[in-house]
Design a protein around this ligand. Structure first.
Ligand code: ZN
Length: 288
């Protein structure tokens, strides 16, 4: 099944929900980032969270989420846009942590202390920036805390990544449910009781259950209509021009050091890890 997201609203208008299958893009981004097992689960959860939080973007709006904790992964950054393009990067892709109680130690890899940053480029003069302290460092609960307390929209977020026996991403996905004003937040509380009995989203996806069908289980007892379906894809909008502008911005001393390198200087994009190489003449032309 192609990665995609479905967004719905209940007929009484009190609840909004979205569910996403992010398996392919999480697999591709983790491969490019050379993430180890725990790093795959951590980054995959954040990528899925970005897909879910990005479901309300329009036009050229963009959303970035950054988790910065005191654990071995360091900084984890993901970006998405209204078209469903997603990319992500890890400062350190090797968490090097053993599982705890048969679970990947995502909270240990991220670190118990740190911040979730949310940056939205809504086409206004300045991007919107917000920051909350990490609550559990498990990603889903931290995103729910941000939405509920910072955006003041009571929310429930579930994001998951399941690895197969070879350590490859077998399934990734999740869902988001929000109580819309002036709705009744009690509806969300009642729903959450049912959600605790629901199988993990990744098990449902592995059984071939689509995001739309997952939403009918999540919103059991509520009539809803589909508002939008968006294909989700890994895409990095980097370009040679962008990379050379970045190099030019480093200053002449750095560029002089690069000019002295014998072979063509290679610079990799942090997100997609594609290499851009620059000949000696090109390196000289970067000097200002
Ligand atoms: Zn790139």
């Amino acid at each position: 099944m192609q990665d995609h997201l479905v967004r719905v609203v209940t007929e009484d208008g009190h609840l909004r929900a979205a569910a996403a299958d992010t398996t392919e893009l999480v697999r591709e981004i983790c491969r490019r980032q050379q993430a180890d097992l725990t790093a795959k689960v951590a980054l995959g959860r954040l990528l899925t969270g970005a897909a879910l939080l990005g479901c309300l973007l329009k036009g050229s709006q963009r959303l970035a989420l950054m988790v910065e904790g005191n654990g071995p992964l360091g900084r984890m950054m993901v970006e998405t846009d209204a078209a469903g393009s997603i990319r992500g990067k890890l400062q350190n892709p090797v968490a090097g942590l053993p599982p705890r109680n048969d679970r990947f130690d995502v909270a240990g890899a991220i670190g118990r202390a740190g911040f979730l940053h949310v940056i939205k480029d809504l086409g206004l003069k300045e991007p919107y920036r917000s920051m909350v302290q990490l609550q559990t460092s498990e990603v889903g609960e931290d995103l729910a805390w941000y939405l509920t307390h910072s955006e003041q929209v009571p929310s429930c977020v579930a994001v998951g990544v399941e690895l197969d026996e070879q350590g490859e991403v077998a399934a990734a996905g999740g869902f988001l449910v929000q109580a819309l004003p002036p709705g009744d937040p009690e509806q969300l509380v009642a729903l959450e009781e049912g959600l605790s009995r629901l199988e993990p989203t990744t098990s449902l996806l592995r059984q071939g259950i689509s995001p739309a069908l997952i939403l009918s289980r999540v919103l059991e007892g509520h009539q809803f209509s589909v508002q939008q379906e968006t294909e989700l894809v890994f895409n990095c909008p980097c370009s040679r021009r962008q990379i050379s502008d970045m190099l030019a911005g480093l200053g002449n001393a750095e560029i002089d050091a690069m000019i002295l390198e014998q072979a063509g200087a290679e610079v990799a994009c942090d997100y997609c890890c594609e290499n851009y190489s620059f000949t000696k003449e090109e390196r000289v032309s970067l000097r200002s």
